[in-house]
Design a protein around this ligand. Structure first.
Ligand code: ADP
Ligand code: CIR
Length: 357
């Protein structure tokens, strides 16, 4: 009976989304037929159902995507919904397509995007990793969050050289320190409403934390949206150097942790937008002339397959003319190709800015 009631409630909420003017990929691709096909399915190992996948998008009609995978098997069991969303977001990755083998290549192939420091405030490259054998947020409990954290910490203490650093758990962290780390763009913000309604913030702050190297240009986030986020960041536009630091850190960590990589979808992540390489390479950039022509900027971003975000992250505004511009697609191409696409795009934007002056 309880199951019947839950199904009825999900149907009501689905109808509301379908009748709304939401621009989310969930609304676009979750047809009535697919909804009916999937509504009573569950994943074999962790028993997740459709509501776990779509609850964020049902809550927030202003989602860009609105879909998450509660566990790795969800990508297969609910493929009828995930596949078209993945194809749309990653610009044409079809259900027969396969993520190529990892190839990081050399960051030094990419020249500094802004050697005179005119446009780029800072550059950041991140990737996400899941640990094999564990489900994602909606299926984790306080003890599994802690178990993941302790596995990650065991690997972190083995990092050496420029990656060496300390792990700071969120539990018991000084409020001023937490605020400073967030303001410096080093640490994730708590209370993301999209993650919250996706079931990704339960037992907070248990098992969550940040590892920071001595130079504060290499970070590892523990149990935020993904089990692991590996991040490299510094002032200026030396994308190649930032990328190499992340890639070497990923390689070092991978010697001590088995990452969950799918043959077809590449590295598995909670959000389907992060599959494949899971790399987001971004610059905080000032383009004063292009900012005055938002339509032109939007057109250029589409041409170069770039995504524009606000200054303090996704779903925020651009403060002081600083935008966060990054590669949109992460799946269907190698790590090296992702960085190349982003490098060419930013180069193109800077050229357009110079012409628009
Ligand atoms: P992600 O999914 O990559 O973690 P978010 O949009 O949630 O992205 O941003 C996380 C944090 O990283 C935010 O504080 C954001 O301002 C910061 N950030 C992203 N790109 C840059 C950059 N190029 N320079 C400085 N900070 C950045
Ligand atoms: C949304 O749907 O807006 C959020 N769930 C975040 C989706 C991830 N966004 C992205 O473009 N990488």
């Amino acid at each position: 009976n309880k199951d019947k009631e839950m199904l009825k409630e999900m149907e009501e909420r689905y109808k509301k989304l379908a009748a709304s003017n939401s621009k989310s990929l969930l609304k676009k691709h979750l047809t009535k037929k697919i909804f009916d096909n999937l509504k009573t399915k569950t994943t074999p190992k962790f028993n997740s159902s459709l509501i776990h996948c779509i609850s964020s998008g049902l809550c927030h009609h202003d989602s860009g995507v609105g879909l998450y995978a509660p566990d790795p098997e969800a990508y297969k069991v609910f493929a009828e919904l995930f596949d078209p969303v993945i194809q749309d977001y990653h610009k044409g990755f079809k259900k027969e397509d396969k993520q190529p083998a990892s190839c990081f290549g050399k960051g030094r192939d990419f020249e500094n995007l802004d050697p005179d420091g005119q446009f780029i405030v800072s550059t950041r490259v991140r990737c996400g990793r899941a640990i094999k054998g564990f489900p994602f947020n909606p299926c984790l409990r306080e003890n599994t969050y802690k178990e993941l954290e302790s596995k990650i910490c065991k690997a972190l203490i083995k990092l050496t050289g420029e990656h060496k650093g300390i792990y700071m758990p969120l539990t018991g962290m000084d409020q001023d320190l937490q605020k400073k780390l967030i303001d410096d763009h080093l640490l994730f913000k708590p209370g993301d409403r999209f993650l919250d309604s996706a079931g990704a913030t339960r037992f907070w702050p248990a098992g969550r934390g940040i590892f920071l190297n001595d130079a504060k240009n290499f970070m590892i986030w523990c149990n935020e949206e993904d089990h692991i986020r590996i991040i490299s960041m510094e002032k200026g536009g030396d994308l190649g150097r930032v990328y190499d630091r992340m890639a070497w850190g990923e390689e070092a960590l991978g010697k001590h942790i088995e990452f969950n990589r799918d043959e077809r979808l590449g590295f598995l992540t909670f959000c389907p937008t992060n599959l494949g390489t899971s790399i987001r390479a971004s610059v905080h950039i000032k383009l004063p002339s292009l900012m005055d022509q938002p339509e032109e900027l939007k057109k250029l971003a589409e041409k170069y397959r770039l995504q524009i975000r606000g200054t303090t992250g996704e779903h925020t505004e651009a403060v002081g003319g600083v935008h966060d511009i990054s590669n949109q697609r992460r799946l269907g191409l190698t790590e090296y190709e992702v960085i190349k696409e982003m490098h060419e795009g930013i180069k193109g934007l800077i050229e357009a800015e110079c012409k628009a002056k």
